[in-house]
Unconditional design. Sequence first.
Length: 295
Amino acid sequence: MISAHSVSVSLLLKAKAYVELLKMRLSLLVAFSCAFGYGLATHGHVNWLTLFMLTLGGFMLSGGSVCINQIIEKDFDKVMTRTMNRPLPTGRVSVNEAIVFAAVCIVSSLLILFIFTNPLTVILSFVSMVLYSFVYTPLKRVGPVAVFVGAVPGALPPLLGWIAATGAISHEAMIIFGIQFVWQFPHFWAIAWVADDDYKKAGFKLLPSGGGKDLNTAIQIMIYTMFLIPLGLLPTRFGLTGINSAIVATVCGVAFFAQTFSLMKTGTRKSALRTMFGSFLYLPIVQIAYLLDKV
């Protein structure tokens, strides 16, 4: 006879596995970027219900998308050290359960966005999900073009937030999209450098310049990071934010840029890790600075 305690433990373990499928850190970053775009567009005059539902919708859309990604890559995840303990490779969640979970997340997200935002937000959200789940994911085994494709849905959240607030794509919206788009390249490549040995086991080809952890790749990471410095000033130049956030964006951009010189000089995993962590810090700090400067 199965005890109530055993059932409770089983349900808790299953719930934990579903939470893991959502990739919380990534999905929370997507949700925050949506909220950032919305907050910047509303000039501080926030409809809190809309903001909450937009954030929830963005979180669920990201969760559903990364769940599809894990379904498609479950066999590859089994052979990589960093992913072999995920719910699908370990069998804690079946493929059918994951498909249902992903569908519920995505449909719920699109429904929430349809009710609380506008049709353009819903359409671009759907496009983002398709690009990430069904274009970027299989392209990871084809070549570094996957990084360019993946950078589009990766940069859409702040644009979606802006459109949710205004109903239109403006030059201001494209500026915040552009900053996050360019940021994706050093971010993706630093991760690919650190995880290169694992990625090779699965046949993933994300590094540029022939896929080598070499000076050419480090230079490309440096160039894209350098572009972030002038791009970070555009919100101030076009009146989106003030001078304080321009200073923060410049300092963060220069600090992030400085990390790439160590990578160019040494080419070590430790330097790549520093660049990767630099990318993790850059985006939320700069976006928070923009928001505080506007409010």
